[in-house]
Design a protein. Structure first.
Length: 135
């Protein structure tokens, strides 16, 4: 829900950590969470979701309150709220090496962070799955 995301942002602003990670929760087929979220509610939908994941790489949406673009926007807001505080920025810059900066800027997540296309995230996942199949 939006109010939960806003409360999380408020909490993040108060954190005294040096680094954080904000991930999107994705229960994968075969996991206990996937079964609990989808199988019990609607067995027909469960089979469709399982098929869509296995054959199309689609991760099922787990919230009825926020769209994927909204989730990714809140993820960006959370990271911005934490990392763009002066204390955290100074701490990071003080010890940063050029090789680390290059690696950071070329990371797919950072590229998505500045992207306005929210489908990039799902495309990355499909790319990783195809790479796994080839190996």
């Amino acid at each position: 829900k939006e109010e939960d995301a806003k409360k999380t942002i408020d909490f993040i602003k108060k954190c005294n950590f040096d680094r954080i990670q904000v991930a999107t929760y994705s229960p994968y087929p075969g996991s206990e969470d996937f079964d609990n979220l989808f199988k019990k509610e609607n067995p027909k939908e469960y089979k469709k979701l399982l098929h869509d994941y296995l054959y199309q790489g689609e991760i099922p949406k787990i919230t009825k309150y926020l769209s994927y673009p909204q989730i990714h926007n809140y993820q960006k807001k959370m990271l911005n709220a934490f990392y763009f505080r002066p204390r955290v920025m100074l701490s990071m810059l003080k010890n940063l090496k050029m090789s680390q900066l290059k690696a950071i800027l070329s990371h797919p997540f950072i590229k998505r962070w500045f992207s306005t296309k929210h489908d990039d995230y799902l495309e990355d996942i499909k790319g990783w799955q195809n790479a796994k199949k080839e190996n």
